[in-house]
Design a protein. Structure first.
Length: 599
């Protein structure tokens, strides 16, 4: 019994020892994992802190270099136009907008309030072309980033807009009155008259909420004191923006919907009987400070252009001064042309920018690379691919059986055999549809989608000609599709050849009349294939030209564009749907001709 106790005690000690060792190893493992996690987190924090410090240092460097009198207001002018630029796309819009101001006789320079993540790129884009007469009149103010204080931001385009508040700080450089014009505007008549709108803020009614103003056009008296007060009140519940952007906040800050009065300077000048009367009217408005509501012709929002075309043509065509492209998709995005025909008003001025490139080297290089891929891919599909297929795929694979099914039907037709069509299972039917119809259509659809996403993410540039970008996208889709379909055709041809060699008597083949088989081959099918390749880009340019020449006919242009798209989709579908079957039939006919030639 004592031995038994010692034995149990010994076993217990061994178990406890093992448990103790196991616990110790678990503790050590946990400590090591904790240390590893701490190291990773610390490294990440250090990296973020280092990047943040580097970013702050760059910001401070840019501010020290550019936020000086000699660069923000080198001519010591009291008046200037101003706009916000937070990306190279908005820079493109801002420069086109200012070009339209100059083209209409605008006398004052433009101040760009530059902020965001791409400050260095924006500055480089400006300084590279500083010798251009347009860019000489453009000045830069570097602004620290103001985060949108609203928890819910309805649209991404509102994320950066609170940085407009920096405009009120420009009194530090001698400016006494500024006309703020959004980068997504184009001017149709001289708007220097707006500098006679005197008061804390002047703006026009917003089409979506007429009691409040639309911040695309604002005349204001810059004041750092007002800026500081705005920053203090920005997060207050009483000034919470009703639209998620700066527009709602500024409206509430100035109590625009209750305090604004109608600014009728333009109308009164038109009705004045003499030059002296005009001078008296100007003097009256220059000496009267108020929160003014300017007429909607000074800020015609683009939905008015599209949805109220009759009113636009009858009332606004000769009166409106500014079109404001206040839609989520901006005119400098290549996807916007030619869908929204009003973008061609912007395009006319974008063409005149020194940064604008009709045939950019990057897209030319991409096209050359695509040609190389096309030649190399088709060469491989015609030579190397059939050889690999013959070695990889067995002679009686399920794919060969599917193609053999089509051949047997064609053979029956040629022999005038009125046999009943063999019923096929659901699996066989799906397999036949997948190989002969879905495969080519899906491959082109995937290539088109992937190419479009690739272009939007990496290739598109807001200073490249939008038509060139569209044609470049078309060429990418067409060339990659040609390579993909070339491999598909070679695959079908090789499978067809294997099926014929394995399942048909060569003597019978050499005595077969191919006239019935020829009837199954669509006449001019190679022509349809050529049209499917060349018609989309050529037709697209034709549609662009038509829309460019027929602006104001929005509904007609929508119909033309929709008809073109439907015709192109129908053509592509017709070619891709029949590509597999036509390849089988033409391969069969060619092999029959070879057999007849042998005889």
């Amino acid at each position: 019994m004592l031995k038994s106790f010692h034995s149990q005690s010994s076993n217990f000690n061994m178990v406890r020892s093992k448990t103790s060792k196991k616990s110790t190893s678990l503790v050590i493992t946990a400590v090591l994992l904790t240390l590893l996690v701490v190291c990773i987190v610390s490294s990440a924090i250090f990296s973020v802190t280092a990047k943040s410090t580097e970013k702050d240092a760059k910001q401070a460097s840019f501010e020290a270099e550019y936020n000086v009198q000699s660069k923000v207001n080198p001519n010591n002018s009291e008046y200037a136009y101003a706009t916000l630029v937070s990306s190279e796309g908005y820079l493109s819009g801002a420069l086109a907008m200012y070009k339209s101001i100059i083209a209409r006789g605008g006398k004052y320079d433009l101040v760009l309030v530059v902020t965001g993540k791409r400050i260095a790129d924006i500055i480089r884009n400006i300084e590279t072309y500083r010798s251009d007469p347009l860019i000489k009149r453009v000045h830069i103010f570097i602004a620290s980033y103001i985060d949108n204080p609203n928890a819910k931001i309805p649209e991404p385009r509102f994320i950066d807009t609170y940085n407009k508040l920096h405009i009120w700080k420009l009194d530090q450089f001698g400016y006494k009155r500024l006309v703020f014009v959004d980068s997504d505007c184009i001017i149709f008549k001289n708007v220097d008259l707006l500098f006679n709108c005197v008061g804390p803020v002047c703006s026009g009614s917003d089409m979506g909420n007429t009691e409040f103003f639309n911040g695309g056009i604002m005349v204001l008296e810059p004041s750092t004191k007002t800026y500081d007060d705005m920053m203090d009140k920005m997060g207050s519940p009483a000034y919470k923006s009703y639209d998620g952007g700066e527009q709602g906040f500024i409206n509430l800050y100035f109590d625009f919907h209750r305090k604004s009065k109608g600014w009728e300077l333009e109308r009164e000048l038109d009705e004045a009987a003499s030059e002296q009367e005009k001078q008296n009217i100007l003097t009256k408005y220059r000496e009267t400070k108020n929160i003014w509501r300017i007429p909607y012709t000074w800020n015609t929002e683009v939905p008015m252009y599209y949805f109220f075309k009759y009113a636009y043509i009858q009332r606004l065509k000769k009166q409106f001064r500014i079109i404001h492209y206040n839609l989520p998709i901006k005119p400098w995005k290549f996807l916007n042309i030619p869908i929204l025909d009003a973008s061609y008003y912007w395009y006319e001025y974008a063409l005149q920018l020194p940064q604008f490139s009709v045939l950019p080297a990057a897209l030319v290089g991409l096209f050359i690379a695509e040609v190389f891929v096309l030649v190399f891919g088709i060469t491989c599909s015609n030579t190397l691919f059939p050889m690999l297929l013959s070695k990889v795929l067995p002679e009686n694979s399920c794919l060969t059986n599917t193609i053999h099914f089509k051949l047997k039907r064609a053979w029956s037709t040629m022999k005038n055999k009125k046999t009943q069509k063999r019923p096929i299972s659901l699996y066989e039917g799906l397999k036949k549809t997948a190989i002969l119809r879905v495969w080519p259509i899906a491959s082109v659809a995937i290539i088109a989608l992937a190419s479009t996403l690739f272009f939007i993410k990496f290739v598109s540039n807001d200073f490249y000609d939008p038509h060139t970008q569209w044609i470049s996208l078309f060429s990418t889709i067409i060339m990659l599709s040609c390579v993909s379909l070339s491999f598909y055709r070679q695959f079908v041809k090789e499978q067809t050849r294997q099926s014929i060699v394995s399942n048909f008597d060569q003597t019978q083949l050499s005595m077969t009349d191919t006239s019935e088989l020829t009837k199954k081959i669509i006449r001019f099918f190679p022509l349809y294939q050529a049209l499917a390749i060349f018609a989309p880009p050529i037709g697209f340019l034709g549609v662009c030209l038509f829309i460019y020449l027929t602006r104001l006919l929005f509904l007609v242009n929508v119909v033309i564009l929709a008809a073109f798209a439907l015709v192109m989709v129908a053509l592509e579908y017709f070619v891709l749907k029949n590509l597999g079957k036509q390849t089988i039939y033409t391969t069969f006919r060619d092999m029959l001709k070879i057999e007849v030639g042998k005889v």
